[in-house]
Design a protein around this ligand. Structure first.
Ligand code: GLN
Length: 553
């Protein structure tokens, strides 16, 4: 491998949401499969210091890393496509964090009386952050958030321009993703938006080396040379990113067009051909599944699917492991709250994901009651587990006012509560349990393997968290006496307490809740075991339902 670090910067033009994250992740995957040590970085030009405080309505899910960093969902894509990189706080930063560092340094007198300016001080800080992220890798793929032309993106573009100047053209590659729309009334693909977007980049001194054109149909040679000519890029450096049935097709389509060959050629990297056999086998199952299963996701932000991005991807992964496609059915918990339970009868498994705030929780509790009493496979994640505990306390343990301190702070039956050490801490962010924690799995209950142990096959796992409330240890004995199985716990040595991490029911086909977020660690080639088992149980329930239907006929 080359001695010099290599950088690939991925910018986007014309529109947002054309798949820059997936394109960057696909390039990362193809290079990693050639045996190159890859890392990925996301730079976001907005001023929030991190996305932790941003509404999932606006911004999609918050993706949490092992070290507790709250990042945006692109880090999720990177992690699903790139197998061996470990992502930390260094791999994602915003303009807010850059400015925070610059201002702190200014306050501490670190600029020795100079006027602190966007160029060079902010741009230097951006370069420092990029270089820190690349330390342990041979090559870094760095995605610049936003669209070329955004005012707040300018310091980032200036910083990457300087990096090419300093590191040398042979070590830095600019890949620009644009949109080439097909206008049906004209019967033509239009290249003008791409020309404008590249023009804008060139005005600030960035000449893209490679263009990746998002289209709904293949680009022929002629149109590629036309785009190349107007954008000052060789025709064989113009690639198409055609709409794909699955995001996991994208790296294979790139490889077919020779995108990774061109990248390695331009950066002078000598590496073998990528080994795509496992990836191809996985994609084959996605396209030709043997089975099909419907999973109801009972949530609050049902019309904004990016909120549950990692969950829906983990369901796909769990499906692949079972040779099944998974049809997600997004169910608005407020509909269930109104008593409309019919939709639940059409799904083979019910998943209640994480969330914050009181809206819709009674509907989720109703859905959980339905899953528990009708023996439908149930998977509760974070808030979903907390609500399963509340449902069990209310309807099985006779604690009719059972609730969470998040919704009813003044209530004597809060089975979900703040821990003693958190009480009195007023700053909201300060009390979150964030990042990786160890969970001890209970292997057996009443002489039988627990569902948790059946899934993991080991008794100690590390899982990522993002929550404030916990199952209250005051009520734990009562819950367990009534049949709730605590099948995973975290031993908090510092505070001398045990925290409930997982619960299940032994008299149910598959009913499991976890306080952590397993969806943050699932990969298509390494699906999360809890999702694999949940889909497996849901497939059995689907078969059971079909047999029952035949019986009725
Ligand atoms: N709102 C709950 C808590 O803070 C659950 C959080 C979540 O589901 N991520 O504990």
């Amino acid at each position: 491998m080359a001695k010099h670090k290599k950088y690939i910067f991925v910018t986007g033009g014309v529109l947002s949401s054309i798949g820059k994250g997936i394109a960057a992740a696909s390039i990362g995957m193809l290079l990693e499969q050639r045996g190159i040590k890859v890392t990925m970085v996301k730079m976001d030009p907005y001023l929030n210091v991190d996305p932790g405080t941003m509404s999932p309505f606006q911004h999609g899910e918050v993706f949490v890393l092992d070290d507790g960093t709250e990042t945006d969902l692109d880090l999720g894509h990177y992690q699903r496509f790139v197998q061996n990189a470990t992502f930390t706080r260094k791999n994602s930063f915003t303009a807010g964090r850059v400015y925070e560092a610059v201002i702190k340094r200014e306050r501490a007198g670190g600029y020795l009386g100079k006027t602190v300016q966007v160029i060079p001080h902010v741009t230097d800080q951006i370069k420092t952050n990029i270089k820190a992220a690349v330390e342990d890798a041979d090559i870094a793929i760095i995605e610049v958030g936003g669209t070329v032309g955004d005012i707040e993106g300018l310091p980032f573009l200036e910083a990457i321009r300087q990096i090419k100047h300093e590191e040398g053209a042979e070590n830095v590659l600019f890949a620009h993703l644009t949109l080439v729309p097909y206008i049906s009334t004209a019967g033509e693909l239009k290249t003008k938006p791409t020309q404008h977007s590249v023009k804008e980049l060139r005005e600030i001194g960035i000449q893209p080396d490679i263009l990746i054109c998002r289209t709904d149909r293949p680009l022929d040679k002629e149109i590629k040379s036309k785009i190349g000519l107007f954008c000052n890029v060789a025709g064989d450096c113009v690639f198409s990113a055609q709409d794909a049935a699955s995001i996991y097709d994208v790296p294979l389509l790139f490889a077919e067009e020779g995108l990774d060959d061109k990248v390695t050629e331009k950066l002078g990297i000598w590496a073998g051909r990528p080994d795509l056999s496992k990836w191809k086998a996985m994609v084959e199952v996605i396209h030709k599944p043997k089975h099909e299963v419907k999973i109801g996701i009972v949530g609050k932000y049902t019309d904004w699917r990016d909120t549950y991005k990692s969950i829906s991807e983990s369901l796909v992964h769990g499906g692949v492991a079972n040779h099944s496609s998974v049809i997600p059915v997004y169910i608005d918990s407020e509909e269930i709250e109104k008593g409309n339970l019919k939709i639940l009868q059409e799904v083979h498994g019910i998943l209640v994901p994480g969330g914050f705030g009181e809206r819709g929780i009674e509907g989720k509790i109703k859905a959980i009651e339905y899953a528990r009493s009708e023996a439908i496979p149930f998977f509760g994640i974070c808030l979903g587990m907390q609500l399963a505990v509340i449902e069990f306390a209310r309807h099985v343990c006779g604690l009719e006012h059972a609730n969470s301190a998040e919704f009813k702070p003044e209530n004597s039956q809060n089975v979900i509560d703040l821990m003693e050490m958190q009480k009195g801490v007023t700053e909201l962010g300060g009390t979150m349990r964030l990042g990786a924690y160890l969970c001890q799995i209970v292997t057996k209950h009443a002489g039988k393997s627990t569902h948790a142990y059946q899934a993991y096959g080991k008794d100690k796992v590390s899982e990522r968290h993002r929550h404030r409330y916990e199952v209250s240890n005051e009520f734990r004995a009562r819950l367990e006496e009534n049949g709730l199985v605590v099948c995973g716990q975290h031993i908090d040595k510092k505070n001398g307490i045990q925290l409930v991490e997982m619960i299940e029911l032994s008299n149910h086909p598959w009913f499991l809740g976890c306080q952590f977020h397993p969806e943050l660690q699932s990969r298509p080639l390494d699906p999360h075991p809890l999702f694999v088992q949940f889909i497996k149980a849901s497939l059995s329930s689907a078969k059971g339902m079909q047999t029952a239907m035949k019986g009725i006929k």
